[in-house]
Design a protein around this ligand. Structure first.
Ligand SMILES: Nc1ncnc2c1ncn2[C@@H]1O[C@H](COP(=O)(O)OP(=O)(O)OP(=O)(O)O)[C@@H](O)[C@H]1O
Ligand SMILES: [Mg+2]
Length: 795
């Protein structure tokens, strides 16, 4: 495979890019971030789409492009002499991916999936294979040398596509295990089959037995049903006859009850009629008796009047006596009260009317005398104090003599002592004289106070007596007034009673005659009320006569009805015994039918259950047969699966065993060229450690310088590409090496470029991407990537 040309629009930093790729060592040079790797990415994206790009769809289109501007890449490439053109774009506002591939001018595939499949088939590589074969990417070499052996082995396995083989082995093993599990499960299921055949035989036999039994029981049930129907018809007829007989019987009994009731009522009515006839006779006798009753009533009223007058007279006489007696009592009390009033007046005349004023005056004088006495006592006490002090001073002077101190100036008295002593005794005698006078005045005042106190007590007693007499007099006067009033009232009542007595004439009244007349009248009044009651009773007489006539007629009719109903009952000729016999035969037939039905039902149910179980068992047997077939398949699949896994594992080991010497051979050749024969042998040991021979002995790459280590890794990477392109049948192809010069010195860079140029028979196109300026002159073709500002670049 060779690359022919590339056209790009709005792809990352390129607004527009158009490149033609000749067969040569082509340098893609530019500063960091210029867009060198983006060119390689455009090629990969054109062939395999977003999955092979380093970022998602959203980041492929240039951020500087307009919303509606499309992002497009058109890659022309040649495979086995045929020219292909793949055209991929992100279209529209939503960046919908579109892709079409042409062989010459013929469209071979349209759409993402179809084109991916086409490219995969054409190149014999999926996107991972493509990346490993044609692209040695930035950082990849260093990363590979830093891996642990196991990781490196896996990495190599991944690069060489062995991981897909691993996955296939894994899948075959899993399928085999799942088949084993399923087979185990089926075997356990099949272990339960023992006894099923026996059970199926038993059930088949039992089902056919039951089927015969059910059909025989069906016949029995039909016979029982016919017998039941017959018994039921007969019983129904007998029941109808019984109900008709019972109805008639009830009717007859009701009529008999009516007859009895009517004859009882008639009997009562007749008794009432005879009673009324007796009343008629009694009434005639009472009429005779009551002829004198009006006269007797008049006489009795007159006597009642006389009696009441007599009673009135007696009452009035009694009142007159009582009033006269009370009047004489009141008069006596008036006289006694008059006497008392005269006595009170006599006593009051002995006490002056202004006794209260006199008492107040005397009390004021007594209080004044008390105050004066107290004042004099105070004067006496003060005087006695002064005398005491003077006596003390005189005693002190007598004791200390001329050394005594003056109580004013506090200087000793000295020579003035006799003069002062005389003065002091003079003063003392004056004070004692004044005290004697005060004692005299105190005695006089005390005497005056005593007299005034006595006078006050006397006046207080008089004032109290005056008050009590005045109260008593007022009470007597009040009583006297009310007694006089009462006397006048009694006098007027007495005159009234005398007048009434005068008006009442002498009354004639005989008590015995009165009570005998009253008794006679009472008896006659009772007879009169009986007379009235009987008259009322007799008014019902015509109605009673009529009722007797009605009842007699009704009774005759009811008697006739009863006789006719009894005749009908006779005719029906119903017998309870016949009924009971019919009922018993009906119940027996019913029982028989029920038991026939139950037996039939039980047998049918049993048959159904057995049938169901039989069907279940047959179904189970079918499943077991299927399971046996499935078990066979599982075991076969498991066997072949295990076999296949073994074969694949052997194949894997073979592949790995084959690839190691191939890679070692390629790597050794390249290493020798790139180091001018200094290092001519490189190997991958069993653990996939990269080892280089120096002075006849292999060493791990870590033992060499950083540049030599990078070189050894580059050789191994190129060897992998060679191996892969060869196995894909792409004998002549391109290779892209992105920043692989890292730590190489100038001479080594030269050697690498030269060694690469020597690979032209396998890689006619070698792309060297680098920011190292010195390589500019060493490559045969140059693509210079130049940033033009504002995020864009061009070549
Ligand atoms: N969708 C995009 N639109 C615009 N610029 C982008 C977009 N995606 C990535 N870039 C920028 O494009 C630039 C070019 O990246 P690229 O990897 O091609 O550079 P390079 O030349 O390989 O640099 P280096 O030498 O450092 O590897 C980067 O600066 C990156 O940020
Ligand atoms: Mg880069």
């Amino acid at each position: 495979m060779r690359l022919v040309s590339l056209q790009v629009k709005n792809f990352r930093v390129f607004k527009e890019l158009s490149l033609a790729f000749p067969d040569n060592v082509i340098g893609i040079i530019g500063p960091n971030g210029a867009g060198k790797s983006s060119i390689i990415e455009a090629i990969s994206w054109a062939l395999y789409g977003t999955q092979v790009a380093r970022s998602g769809k959203d980041e492929i289109k240039s951020v500087f492009a307009g919303r509606w501007d499309p992002c497009e890449v058109c890659l022309e490439f040649a495979v086995n002499g045929e020219i292909y053109r793949v055209f991929r774009r992100l279209a529209g506002r939503f960046e919908r991916p579109e892709v079409e591939l042409f062989r010459g001018e013929t469209s071979e595939s349209v759409g993402v999936n179809e084109t991916r499949r086409y490219v995969q088939e054409l190149l014999g590589l999926d996107w991972r294979g493509f990346r490993t074969s044609f692209l040695a990417r930035q950082q990849e070499l260093n990363a590979m040398s830093d891996l642990r052996p196991a990781e490196r082995r896996d990495q190599l396995a991944g690069m060489l596509g062995i991981e897909r083989l691993d996955k296939a082995i894994q899948k075959v093993k899993e399928d085999s295990r799942s088949n084993e599990r399923q087979a185990g499960f089926l075997e356990r299921q099949l272990a339960e089959t023992s006894g099923i055949e026996l059970r199926i035989m038993e059930l088949t036999k039992r089902v056919s037995q039951l089927s015969r039994q059910v059909s025989s029981l069906e016949g029995v049930q039909r016979e029982a049903e016919a017998a039941f129907e017959k018994a039921s018809d007969h019983f129904l007829k007998v029941q109808q006859a019984k109900s008709a007989w019972l109805q008639l019987q009830a009717k007859c009994e009701a009529e008999e009850k009516t007859t009895a009731h009517l004859s009882e009522q008639l009997h009562n009515l007749k008794e009432e009629a005879s009673k009324l006839t007796q009343y008629q006779q009694e009434l005639a006798e009472l009429e005779k008796k009551l002829t004198d009753l009006p006269d007797f009533r008049v006489q009795l009223e007159a006597m009642k009047l006389a009696k009441s007058r007599l009673e009135m007279r007696l009452t009035l006489t009694k009142q007159e006596t009582n009033l006269t007696h009370e009047k004489s009592q009141v008069e006596a009390r008036i006289a006694a009260n008059g006497k008392m009033l005269a006595d009170y007046d006599g006593q009051l005349n002995t006490i002056p009317d202004n006794v209260r004023n006199l008492l107040a005056e005397e009390q004021r004088r007594l209080e004044q005398a008390h105050n004066e006495f107290a004042h004099l006592r105070e004067q006496k006490v003060s005087l006695e104090g002064e005398i005491g002090k003077l006596k003390q001073q005189m005693a002190s002077i007598a004791q200390f003599g001329p050394d005594s101190v003056c109580d004013r100036c506090l200087r000793p008295l000295g020579d003035s002592l006799p003069e002062i002593k005389a003065h002091l005794s003079n003063e003392l005698s004056k004070l004692q004289t004044a005290a004697g006078e005060l004692d005299g005045r105190l005695r006089i005042k005390e005497e005056e106070g005593k007299k005034l106190k006595e006078s006050c007590q006397d006046l207080e007693a008089k004032a109290k007596a005056h008050y009590e007499l005045t109260v008593k007099k007022e009470a007597s006067l009040k009583e006297q007034k009310s007694l006089t009033q009462r006397k006048e009232e009694l006098q007027s009542k007495l005159s009234e009673v005398s007048e009434q007595l005068g008006q009442l004439r002498q009354v004639h009244f005989d008590e015995r005659q009165f009570s005998s007349l009253a008794k006679t009248v009472e008896q006659l009044e009772q007879a009169h009320s009986r007379y009235n009651r009987l008259k009322g009773e007799l008014s019902r007489s015509p109605a009673v006569d009529k009722a007797i006539e009605d009842h007699t007629q009704k009774l005759a009719a009811a008697g006739e009805t009863v006789a006719s109903l009894k005749a009908e009952l006779e005719k029906l000729a119903f017998s309870e015994k016949d009924f009971e016999t019919a009922q018993q035969s009906f119940q027996a037939a019913q029982k028989l039918l029920e038991s026939a039905k139950n037996e039939h039902l039980a047998a049918s149910k049993e048959q159904e259950l057995n049938q169901k179980e039989l069907e279940g068992k047959l179904e189970q047997r079918k499943r077991f047969e299927q399971a046996e077939e499935e078990l066979e398949t599982c075991r076969t699949s498991q066997y072949y699966g295990e076999k296949l896994a073994g074969l694949l594992a052997q194949f894997r080991s073979y592949l790995i065993a084959q690839i190691r010497p191939t890679l070692a051979e390629f790597s050794s050749r390249l290493m020798s060229e790139m180091t001018s024969g200094k290092y001519s042998l490189v190997e991958l040991d069993e653990k996939y450690n990269l080892r280089v021979m120096d002075y006849g002995q292999y060493y791990a790459v870590d033992r060499f310088s950083g540049g030599e280590k990078d070189l050894a890794n580059l050789c191994l990477r190129l060897a992998i590409s060679l191996a892969l392109t060869e196995s894909a049948g792409l004998s002549r192809s391109f290779i892209i090496l992105d920043e692989v010069f890292g730590s190489q010195d100038s001479e080594r860079k030269d050697l690498i470029v030269k060694a690469l140029a020597n690979l032209k028979n396998r890689f006619p196109q070698i792309f060297l991407i680098t920011h190292v300026e010195e390589l500019r002159d060493r490559v045969e073709e140059l693509i210079e990537v130049i940033p033009t500002g504002a995020g864009w670049s061009e070549v």
